[in-house]
Design a binder for this molecule. Structure first.
Ligand SMILES: Cc1cc2nc3c(=O)[nH]c(=O)nc-3n(C[C@H](O)[C@H](O)[C@H](O)COP(=O)(O)OP(=O)(O)OC[C@H]3O[C@@H](n4cnc5c(N)ncnc54)[C@H](O)[C@@H]3O)c2cc1C
Ligand SMILES: NC(=O)c1ccc[n+]([C@@H]2O[C@H](COP(=O)([O-])OP(=O)(O)OC[C@H]3O[C@@H](n4cnc5c(N)ncnc54)[C@H](O)[C@@H]3O)[C@@H](O)[C@H]2O)c1
Length: 472
């Protein structure tokens, strides 16, 4: 066993979130060791955000051209799956993390490759691939940025089969003739559309509706689009058992139905990756690990942090990176003795937006872009909330596509007259989202928002229509 080396902060997991914590603490003058057992850059770069969006984008572009007379006539071919897969692979750098490794070095962060376990208070042991071991002691903090793990439902027969998770679906080298997608959340729905547009016959099996955390009108637009392009979406459908027959997956669904497909993607959610890290031995319950607004794990002695997917607050890259900035700064401030156990809301140390202003985009075609709370969530939180919604039908949207179909909603706190939630659904609405995020985070009063004039003729004019309908 090697001697323990000392550093200020040890970060376990070099995904987008771990990298950002490390970058931040080093910028503040601390030393950091970043530990990674797989690819530096994590899930988002190699098996999630980037490859899934790269698989979706060509279909969206083609559909956008088909939506405009004059351009439509120029679309005479179909998608080239091999080119799409090749472009996807270029976004993952062929699953090679050399450039990320270079960034880590250039940022002054020490990188250790291997599997880390927490072996004591502020102590981490790293098992390297060659069997050797290194040990570190952190003067200030150990940060769990270990991501999340797919949650696989206990369906009869499933555990023994070679089903896909999102990892295999985002890194596949060929397009299967048919694909069954279990789970109607954002991962399942995005990948269902991507593969359908690449030529697979796709069936989505959802135990309730699809995209159930978004307003029904918004998810309804996506459902109509998916069905319109030939994807079978089975809603309110239980999956009872799965088996393989002649190399094909056969799923027993609903009351006596079956779905047969060459590949099965299980996309039924993810949970924080907190097991196998030695936490039990320290008397901590892995399933109960949750970072507070500064990332600190309460009741762990003031040195253990959990952020990003591992922190159990929000499972999105941009939000995890935001948490990382707050946590990095909180660790540095605590090291300097300028921050106590808790941080004030909206201070540079508290990821307050996690609770009230999370922006999220479903990158299907049409897209859903939402920030903050739905009407139901706001009312559940005790907000005296109203909603105003309408179809997106402005000059900008009709120019965008000949049959543009969209929907928009604002949720207003009637006591303070500020927005607490905004949803847009429709082709390419994701670029409208940051305007809404600024309005929600800035708590911009409606009487002032009324002076934010959308340029003509853009899709943003929907803001004006919403405020007019609200009564401005
Ligand atoms: C299909 C799919 C598409 C997605 N699309 C989007 C999107 O478009 N936009 C968006 O915002 N979010 C998206 N997400 C969510 C996003 O991928 C995650 O929120 C994000 O990757 C979390 O980053 P992280 O750094 O917390 O974890 P990860 O990226 O998972 O990084 C954790 C790292 O820790 C390492 N690790 C774990 N344990 C150890 C250990 N003991 N020792 C050493 N290393 C360890 C792992 O190898 C991994 O590299 C998507 C997710 C999926 C599944
Ligand atoms: N565009 C994006 O930002 C993006 C894209 C993909 C994934 N992600 C993130 O990745 C994470 C994982 O995505 P996900 O779609 O797997 O999770 P999710 O939690 O969004 O959706 C999981 C879905 O599976 C369903 N489900 C669970 N158990 C089931 C069962 N036994 N049978 C049938 N359905 C079942 C749930 O009802 C839910 O609809 C999410 O947190 C998401 O935020 C984000």
């Amino acid at each position: 066993m090697s001697e323990s080396k000392t550093t200020d902060v040890i970060i376990i997991g070099a995904g987008a979130v771990g990298e950002n914590v490390a970058g931040r603490v080093v910028q503040k003058g601390l030393t950091a060791v970043l530990v990674e057992s797989d690819l530096v850059g994590g899930e988002c770069s190699y098996w999630a955000c980037m490859p899934s969006k790269a698989l979706l984008r060509p279909g969206t572009v083609l559909n956008a051209a088909r939506a405009v007379a004059g351009a439509r006539e120029a679309v005479t071919g179909t998608i080239d799956p091999q080119q799409v897969l090749a472009r996807r692979t270029s976004f993952t750098s062929g699953w090679d993390d050399a450039s990320q490794e270079e960034w880590v070095a250039s940022a002054g962060i020490a990188l250790e490759r291997g599997w880390a376990t927490v072996t004591g208070e502020r102590e981490v042991s790293i098992r390297h691939k060659d069997g050797s071991e290194s040990r570190y002691r952190a003067a200030h903090a150990v940060v769990l940025a270990t991501g999340s793990t797919p949650t696989i439902p206990p369906i009869e027969g499933l555990a023994d089969l070679d089903y896909w998770t999102t990892r295999e679906a985002t890194s596949a080298e060929t397009v299967p003739a048919s694909l069954a997608v279990l789970g109607g959340g954002v991962a399942g729905v995005e990948l269902a559309q991507a593969y359908a547009r690449l030529g697979a016959e796709v069936t989505v099996i959802a135990r309730s509706g699809i995209l159930g955390t978004y307003p029904a009108e918004a998810s309804g637009l996506v459902l109509t689009a998916l069905r319109g392009e030939g994807i079978a979406v089975l809603t309110d459908t239980a999956t009872n058992a799965v088996r393989k027959v002649d190399g094909m997956f056969v799923l027993d669904v609903g009351d006596g139905g079956t779905v047969t497909a060459e590949r099965l993607l299980v996309s039924t959610g993810r949970h924080p990756h907190t097991t196998g890290l030695g936490l039990e031995e320290l008397g901590l319950e892995p399933k109960k690990i949750r970072g507070d607004a500064t990332g600190l794990v309460p009741d762990a002695g003031g040195w253990l942090y959990a952020v990003g997917d591992a922190g159990g607050r929000v499972q999105l890259t941009h939000q995890g990176k935001y948490e990382a900035r707050m946590t990095g700064d909180a660790i540095a401030a605590r090291a300097a003795g300028t921050l106590g156990a808790t941080a004030e809301d909206w201070s540079p140390y508290a990821a307050t937006a996690d609770d009230v202003a999370v922006p999220q985009v479903v990158f299907t075609d049409p897209e859903i872009a939402m920030v903050g709370r739905t009407l139901e969530q706001a009312r559940k939180d005790g907000v005296n909330a109203s909603e105003t919604s309408l179809p997106i039908a402005v000059a900008g949207s009709s120019l965008h596509g000949d049959d543009y179909s969209g929907w928009a909603q604002i949720v207003v706190d009637e006591d303070s007259k500020v927005l607490v939630g905004v949803t847009f659904a429709g082709p390419e609405v994701s670029e409208l989202l940051h305007s809404a995020t600024i309005a929600v985070v800035g708590e911009v009063p409606l009487h002032r928002l009324w002076h934010a004039v959308p340029a003509y003729p853009t899709v943003s004019e929907v803001w004006l229509r919403l405020l007019e309908k609200y009564g401005m």
